[in-house]
Unconditional design. Structure first.
Length: 202
């Protein structure tokens, strides 16, 4: 189901550029929705990373950014979460253990998937890094409002994300900020943005 029920809206697009002989790629993606589709989402993300690794043009990238609507869900009791969200001083990074992407995280906050069929997926996902989340969940909002839509289907979640990765160990990626655009009302999502400083080797 996509635009007007006719156009598909799940998938991804990759673009690349070169800066001082260093390759930087950007991937925007939209993963399957639904509370029960975690495995489909992780496999789709794994498929993307595999294609990047094997694509003739992109496999030798130095720095990569993967962003978009990942549809990751927050697995926590809705009532508990809504009480948390009312606390403006709450450290939102503490929700990480309940986030679908991190819920089986190890001590380094990297995703760990306890399933033999998913071991190769786990290994690839470990290449993705994310800045600390210090903002409220970005989905699902009432249209034209800053209040969450409460229903049996939807728990406020961090569906919209920005990850970074690198294949060149001499490149330094310094995170500067990561936040959401809380005052935009054109969707039931809140868009996110991130800023980095990249130090390229001489």
């Amino acid at each position: 189901m996509g635009t007007f029920g006719m156009m598909k809206n799940k998938g991804y697009i990759i673009a690349g550029l070169e800066v001082e002989n260093q390759s930087i790629i950007f991937t925007n993606m939209h993963l399957p929705h639904g509370n029960s589709n975690k495995t489909r989402r992780l496999k789709a993300l794994n498929s993307l990373l595999t294609q990047i690794e094997t694509h003739e043009r992109f496999k030798s990238f130095d720095v990569g950014f993967v962003l978009g609507d990942f549809n990751f869900r927050c697995h926590i009791d809705k009532e508990v979460l809504h009480r948390i969200l009312k606390n403006v001083k709450f450290d939102f990074n503490k929700l990480k253990p309940f986030d679908e992407y991190y819920e089986r995280a190890d001590k380094e906050n990297l995703p760990v998937i306890k399933h033999k069929k998913m071991e190769s997926v786990d290994e690839k996902l470990r290449k993705l890094k994310e800045q600390a989340i210090t903002f409220p969940p970005t989905y699902k909002y009432e249209m034209k409002a800053n209040t969450y839509r409460i229903s049996y289907k939807h728990t406020p979640s961090y569906t919209d994300r920005i990850f970074h990765m690198k294949s060149n160990k001499d490149v330094l990626i310094e995170p500067i900020c990561y936040s959401s655009c809380f005052d935009l009302y054109g969707s039931d999502h809140k868009p996110v943005y991130a800023q980095y400083q990249i130090r390229l080797p001489n």
